[in-house]
Design a protein around this ligand. Structure first.
Ligand code: AKG
Length: 309
C-alpha cells in the first residue's frame, strides 16, 4: 500500500477572476459583450504588478440578465459537443459570444473560462453553458450546468432554472499547460461528488463561474468552496458577477474568491466590480496531501457505491 500520495502534475500559475458588472440594466447583449471584452483586455495586463495571468475567468450568465424568462431569448447556438472535441472549428459557430471570447483568448494568449451563457442546442433545448478556450482561441470544452438551481427558501429566495433550462450530462476537465482544471457552474458546487471525481482524475483546481444570491451567499458561498477544497485537497474558486446597484433584477452576492487545499483564502473580493489575481502552486497541494494523507486513506471498501447508499 502507498505510504504517501503521488504528486500532482502541474506548475505554479496565476488566475484572474473578473467580477463583471452588467452593462446598464444587463439587457443589452452587445453592450454586455463589449464590456466583457474590455475587462478581459484589462485583466491580462496583470494589475499593479503587471504579471499576466495564465487563466482568466468570467462569471455565470454574463451576456444576458439572470432570469429564467429570458434565457431562451438570449440563447445562442454554439454547436460544440464532446464528440466534436478534436474537430470543432470556432469560425463555424453561430454564437457571437463564442466568437468574441475565442478572439480575446487568442489575442491575449491566455486560457479562458468564458463564464457562462444561455446555449440553444441542436435539439432546441436551452442550457447554462460555460465555454473554455485555449490560448490559441480553440474552444476546447463546453460545460453545461449539470445541477439546475431549483430552490425555494421561505422568506429568502425562490428560483427555478428548470422552468426554461435543461441540465447537462457530462463532467468537464480541461488539460492546460499548468495542470488539469475541472469546471462546474454555480449550483454544481453543492454536489461534492462532482468535485471529488474531478480531483481523483488529477485536477489541481475546480473553478465555478457562479452567481449566488443575498440569501445563500452569506451562508454558503465561502463554506462550500472551502469544504470542496479541503475534502479534495485542491484549489476551489468561484467567479461571480458584481452586485447590481439598481433595478429589480437578480442581485448577485459577488465575493469572487479562491481557496487553497488547506482551506485558506488565496484572495477574495467584496461585491463591487473588480479583478482578482490569484497565484496557485502545486507544491501547496502536494504538501497538504503529504501532511494530511486522506487521498490514500479512503476506504472504498466501506463506501463502495455512494449512488446506491
Ligand atoms: O446554490 C445556491 O445557493 C445558489 C446557486 C445559484 O445561484 C446558481 O446556481 O445560479
Amino acid at each position: 500500500m502507498a505510504t504517501s500520495a503521488p504528486p500532482v502534475d502541474g506548475r505554479p500559475a496565476r488566475f484572474a477572476f473578473i467580477q463583471l458588472a452588467s452593462a446598464g440594466d444587463g439587457t443589452d447583449k452587445a453592450a454586455n459583450l463589449e464590456h466583457a471584452r474590455e475587462k478581459l483586455a484589462e485583466a491580462v495586463k496583470g494589475g499593479p504588478e503587471g504579471r499576466k495571468p495564465d487563466l482568466v475567468v468570467l462569471p455565470e450568465i454574463f451576456n444576458s440578465p439572470y432570469a429564467t424568462a429570458v434565457f431562451r431569448k438570449y440563447a445562442e447556438r454554439i454547436g460544440w459537443s464532446p464528440e466534436k472535441r478534436d474537430t470543432f472549428d470556432v469560425s463555424q459557430t453561430q454564437s457571437e459570444s463564442i466568437r468574441m471570447l475565442s478572439a480575446a483568448a487568442k489575442e491575449h494568449g491566455v486560457w479562458l473560462i468564458g463564464g457562462s451563457i444561455p446555449e440553444l442546442s441542436e435539439d432546441d433545448k436551452v442550457y447554462n453553458s460555460s465555454p473554455i478556450f485555449s490560448p490559441d482561441g480553440k474552444l476546447v470544452a463546453v460545460h453545461r450546468k449539470v445541477h439546475l438551481f431549483d430552490i425555494d427558501v421561505p422568506g429568502g429566495i425562490t428560483f427555478k432554472e428548470s422552468d426554461s433550462l435543461t441540465g447537462g450530462d457530462w463532467q468537464t476537465i480541461v488539460e492546460t499547460d499548468f495542470g488539469k482544471i475541472g469546471v462546474g457552474i454555480c449550483y454544481d458546487v453543492r454536489f461534492p461528488e462532482l468535485t471529488a471525481i474531478t480531483a481523483r482524475k488529477g485536477c489541481i483546481a475546480m473553478i465555478y463561474p457562479a452567481a449566488f444570491n443575498l440569501t445563500t451567499g452569506p451562508l454558503h458561498w465561502e463554506l462550500l468552496q472551502r469544504a470542496r477544497a479541503v475534502d479534495n485537497q485542491i484549489y476551489v474558486g468561484m467567479c461571480s458577477p458584481a452586485r447590481a446597484t439598481s433595478g429589480d433584477g437578480y442581485k448577485a452576492w459577488g465575493h469572487s474568491s479562491l481557496y487553497d487545499p488547506m482551506g485558506k483564502a488565496v484572495g477574495e473580493l467584496d461585491e463591487k466590480e473588480g479583478i482578482l489575481y490569484l497565484d496557485i502552486d502545486t507544491d501547496v497541494i502536494n504538501k497538504a496531501r503529504t501532511g494530511i494523507p486522506v487521498t490514500i486513506q479512503r476506504r472504498f471498501d466501506v463506501y463502495k457505491d455512494v449512488s446506491k447508499a
